[in-house]
Design a protein around this ligand. Sequence first.
Ligand SMILES: *Cc1c(COP(=O)(O)O)cnc(C)c1O
Length: 384
Amino acid sequence: MPRPIRATVHLDALSHNLSRARLAAGDAKVWAVVKANAYGHGIERVFEAMRAADGFALLDLSEAQRVRALGWRGPILLLEGAFELRDLELCSRLDLWHVVHCDEQIDMLATHKTQVPHRVFLKMNSGMNRLGFRPDVFRAAWTRLNALPQVDEISLMTHFSDADGQRQGRSGIEHQVEVFLRTTHDLSGERSLCNSAATLRHAAQPFGHAGALAADWVRPGIAVYGSAPDHPEHTSTQWQLRPAMTLSSKLIATQTLAAGDTVGYGSTYQATGPQRIGVVACGYADGYPRHAPGGPSVGAPVLVEGVRTRLVGRVSMDMLTVDLDPVDRARAENGLPLVGIGAEVVLWGTSHTGAVLPIDEVAQAAGTISYELMCAVAARVNFE
Ligand SMILES: *Cc1c(COP(=O)(O)O)cnc(C)c1O
C-alpha cells in the first residue's frame, strides 16, 4: 500500500475562486496565472476549471506547450518573455503573447524572422525593480517596438510590489499607479496591472481616463488557488475563497506520554502530564515545512478527523506528530471513540467532515506564505 499522504485538487473550488476574481475585476479580462505548474496543483489537473479564464499566464515555455497540447486556442502570455532568440520561434509557432521587459528582448525581436507579427506586453518597472523599463526609458522602448514589423499590438503592463498592504505609509499601489499613469497616459494599447491582491482590494478604484484599475486584463494567481493574497489582514473566508488543494494523510501510530516525556528529534516538546499524540505520515520530504512549530507554547494547526489540533515536536523527513487530546475531547462530547491508526489528518485544505484549515494559517505558523507551501508539495506525493 502506498503511504497514505495525498494531495487533492478541487476543481469546483478553482471554478468558484476564478469567478470571485472575475467578479472583482468588473469588465476586465482574466489571465489565470498558472506558472510553476499551476502553483503546484498541476496544469493538466486544473485546466478544465481554468478554461473559464480569458487566457493563461505563465513563464516556462514548456508549460505554454502543455497548455496548447490541452487544446487551448486562446491567449497565452509569457510573463518573462523570451529568454533566447529561439523562444521567439516557439512564440510564432504556438501564437504565444510575450512580455518585453528589456532592450535585449527588443534586439531579439528585431532579428526574429516571422510571418505573423507578435502580440507583446511592454513591461514597466514602476517601482518593484525586478523586470521592466524604468519610466524615463519606457516611451523610447515603446517607440522602438512600435517601429518593428515583427510586432503587432503593444499592451502595457506593470506589477505591484505591495498590493497586499501599505508602502511608505500609503496604499501599497498608489505610487506605482501614479508612475504608470504619468508615463503611459497618451499611449494606446491594452493595460494590465493587477495581481490577486490588487484585483481583490483595488480593482474598482478609478484609474485615469481608462475607468477602473482592473483595466483590460487582471492577472490573479494565488486567489484562484483559494488563498487570501493579503493574509492575515483578510482571510480566505472573508474573500469567499475556497481551498483548491487539500494535503491530507493518516495517523500511522499513536503514543501515550507521561509527564516529562519528550517527542521527536531534539526533544523540543515535553509533556506536562498524560497526553496522547498521533504520528502522521507526512514530513518535510513531502513538502511540509520543517520550520512549522511544535513547541511547548505554539504548534502549527492541523485537523484530525476534522477537529483542530496542533503539531508537537519537530517535523522530520517522513513523519510529524500531533496532539490528540483536543481531538479525543471533542469526539467524546459527541459520543465518538478515540481516534487511532487510519484517522484522517488534514495538513491544509478541507476535511471529509467539511472542516477547513486554510493554508494561510499553516504558512503563517511556519513563517512562510501559502505560495511556497503549494509549490513545495513533493513529487512523491500522489495527486488525485
Ligand atoms: C505571479 C504573477 C502574478 C500573480 O500573482 P498572485 O499574487 O499570485 O496573484 C501576476 N503577475 C505577474 C507578473 C506574476 O509574475
